[in-house]
Design a binder for this molecule. Structure first.
Ligand code: NAD
Length: 312
């Protein structure tokens, strides 16, 4: 039987670490990290996601600033709000929930967020930093995937990783993170030929296609590790909704380890968002963010633990 990688447990541990970091920051005289969450319109799924993010923020000691705007909000008004949040020293992270209404240019809005406050890691500056291995904020789901792999492997050097899906928010950043870890990475997508054969070579399969139960047992070599990012909502016979991953879970029990859906990657995403917010706050306090949105905390009693400066 494959080991089941318990994403809920790993996320809980990450939350504890994040909370401990926040407590230490506050004890050192810094403000609580602040996260602004912007929701335009009332898409039901977005409402659920935003609600969860706000709840988790409160649990961990992150101050949340909620901006719920009507669906007819103009692009200019939204950009003006982002400019205000960029300049607000109490806000360390800005999250604009997507999808945005059709009349708003999503790319333009996401690019308007200061890179140092872009806790989703979608800004081209952060994408560039990730792809050049020069730091920046890493998108939450890909970050969560690496943290789950870290529960199985000490080292990914030389391992063959196949990523299924090449989206900007999941597949590509995962591939970049795996390259940073010295894995050999094959990125595949809907037009890839012979996907089953490619997957059969993999030590690690990361499925992020949104294609339910795409990865079959015969695609997986014995002892491989599988991370299932996919989430598809399916109606069951009794009218309920069931979440289905990209992997046919029952067929891959010859794998070494596999993430379940739900309870695998999903819980990691929101916990990584919280961790990113704390990182953003620390970098802004330490003046390391490098895009002009640095906060001066001359009156902070002990900055050394965040800046690497020593007291002596
Ligand atoms: P997307 O639609 O933007 O990209 C899907 C990618 O998969 C594309 O590159 C496409 O070419 C590829 N693909 C689709 N069908 C394929 C197939 N049959 N064979 C091979 N490749 C195929 O989706 P996304 O935003 O990257 O999300 C991917 C999945 O991950 C979705 O199910 C989404 O719900 C899920 N997701 C989960 C989390 C989480 O927190 N667990 C977060 C983000 C996305």
């Amino acid at each position: 039987m494959a080991e089941i990688i318990d994403g809920r447990a790993v996320a809980r541990k990450l939350d504890e670490e994040t909370k401990a970091q926040i407590d230490a920051m506050v004890a050192a005289g810094m403000p609580h990290p602040g996260l602004a969450v912007v929701l335009v319109g009332s898409d039901p799924a977005s409402e659920v996601y935003v609600g969860r993010k706000l709840k988790k923020s409160t649990e961990l000691g992150i101050v949340s600033f909620e901006h719920r705007l009507p669906a007819e909000t103009s692009q200019d008004d939204l950009l003006a709000l982002i400019a205000r949040l960029n300049a607000d020293s109490a806000v360390h992270g800005i999250l604009v929930q997507v999808p945005l209404p059709a009349h708003i240019d999503t790319g333009l809005v996401l690019r308007a967020i200061a890179p140092s406050k872009d806790v989703d890691g979608f800004h081209p500056v952060n994408v560039g930093r990730l792809s050049t291995g020069t730091g920046g904020i890493v998108p939450c789901t890909p970050l969560g995937v690496t943290k789950l792999l870290d529960t199985v492997f000490d080292d990914l050097t030389g391992l063959d990783v196949v990523v299924i899906g090449k989206s900007n928010i999941v597949g590509k950043p995962i591939a970049m993170l795996m390259l940073e870890r010295e894995a050999t990475v094959t990125v595949t997508h809907i037009e890839t030929k012979g996907l089953a054969d490619i997957c059969r070579q993999a030590d690690i399969i990361i499925a992020a296609a949104g294609a339910p139960e795409l990865v079959r047992g015969y695609w997986v070599k014995p002892g491989a590790v599988i991370i299932d990012v996919g989430i598809t909502r399916r109606k069951t016979a009794d009218g309920k909704t069931k979440l289905v991953g990209d992997v046919k879970f029952d067929e891959v029990q010859h794998a070494r380890a596999v993430t379940p859906v739900p309870g695998g990657v999903g819980p990691m995403t929101i916990s990584c968002l919280m961790a990113n917010t704390v990182q953003a706050a620390r970098d802004q306090v330490a003046g390391k963010s490098g895009d002009g949105f640095t906060i001066s905390f001359d009156d902070v009693p002990d900055r050394s633990m965040f800046t690497g400066e020593t007291q002596d």
